[in-house]
Ligand binder design. Structure first.
Ligand code: TXA
Ligand code: MG
Length: 313
């Protein structure tokens, strides 16, 4: 159910949870000052309390109020990528950020989203927490009907344009004196390294559950073998290629257009479940540059049968 900014504000200030569009995927939002609202998010998502949330802000001074970071590259990074799909993990001001948001860690993850309607809402209610609006372990929501599917047809959603990117923000952090990459995402590692002027170290921290487990997964068994085997019901591929016949074909667009692939991936994974498809094959024969790297990583996790530790990739 679409709600206006005014209704959204009222609900947030009344300890409620709403869905909000961001430029990456939909989020489930509560005010950072509402412990009740924050706990409702964990319940709704069936998310473990040991998995920390990202705080979304609309102004740089909110970042300064919530973190204590002194690093010479931070200004450059923020200048280059905010507002936009980059999340920064930094030491938290622990008296300003509740332990529930941080899952008791000493750090906090923050991002400044680019979506204009969400920015306006945050300007009025202050910072919000917003994990992706999906049940834990399932693909994120990139369309309104994905949110309604997971949380009920009456679930309130802030009105505004649907997400444009289709996959989540990239997460980096300045931890233990070095810049580390915590999660691949819409902004490529190369773009960030160009601004930093040095390589990002892949974080060896194993606390980020989104990195550690089978994640973003449909119920279907998703194969990424070189070619589809005969008994797959669905093929997920590209318009510019030909494939053997199958009951269903889903197109991710052109094999060279990473933006379109990112935008269609989760919708297609969700479609498999809607249609009760039990075996699907997805074409992963594309380059591993920039955004393509993040897309491949999401597919790898969506297709993992066992918990998958992407620190090994
Ligand atoms: O694009 C996005 O980032 C979306 C939209 C809604 O903004 N949000 C999103 O949130 O993807 P979520 O909660 O689904 O994923 C955030 C990830 C989780 O894997 C969490 O473990 C990690 O960020 N995270 C949050 N705080 C952290 C911290 N202090 N240290 C390490 N990882 C952290
Ligand atoms: Mg998520």
């Amino acid at each position: 159910m679409d709600i206006t900014k005014l209704q959204a504000k009222k609900l947030l200030l009344d300890d409620q949870v709403i869905a909000v569009p961001t430029e990456t995927v939909y989020g489930l939002a509560a005010s950072i000052y509402s412990e009740k609202g924050i706990r409702k998010i964990f319940n709704l998502k069936k998310r473990s309390l040991s998995n920390p949330l990202i705080i979304h802000i609309s102004q740089y001074n909110q970042f300064k109020n919530l973190t204590s970071i002194s690093n010479k590259e931070i200004e450059k990074i923020i200048e280059a990528f905010w507002p936009g799909p980059l999340t920064i993990i930094a030491p938290a001001k622990v008296d300003q950020v509740s332990a529930t948001i941080r899952a008791n860690f000493a750090t906090v993850a923050i991002r400044m989203p680019k979506h204009p309607d969400l920015q306006k809402l945050i300007d009025e209610v202050g910072p919000i927490v917003a994990p992706s609006a999906n049940l834990s372990g399932k693909p994120s929501s990139t369309k309104k009907n994905h949110v309604l599917h997971d949380f009920g047809l009456d679930f309130p959603i802030l009105e505004g344009e649907e997400p444009d990117c289709g996959i989540e923000s990239t997460i980096i952090g300045y931890v233990d004196g070095k810049w580390q990459l915590f999660r691949l995402g819409y902004i490529s590692q190369e773009e960030i390294e160009n601004v930093l002027g040095c390589p990002l170290i892949y974080s060896s921290l194993t606390i980020t559950p989104g990195r550690m487990f089978k994640h973003y997964s449909p119920n279907a068994e998703l194969s990424t073998s070189l070619s589809p085997d005969r008994n797959v019901e669905a093929i997920i591929g590209f318009d510019d290629r030909t494939y053997p016949k199958s009951q269903y074909f889903f197109s991710m667009g052109s094999s060279t257009n990473s933006k379109l692939i990112a935008k269609s991936l989760y919708s297609i994974l969700r479609k498999l479940d809607e249609l009760n498809i039990s075996r699907a094959w997805i074409d992963t024969n594309f380059t591993s540059k920039q955004l393509f790297t993040s897309i491949k990583e999401r597919i790898k996790r969506a297709s993992a049968r066992e918990p998958y530790d992407c620190t090994r990739h």
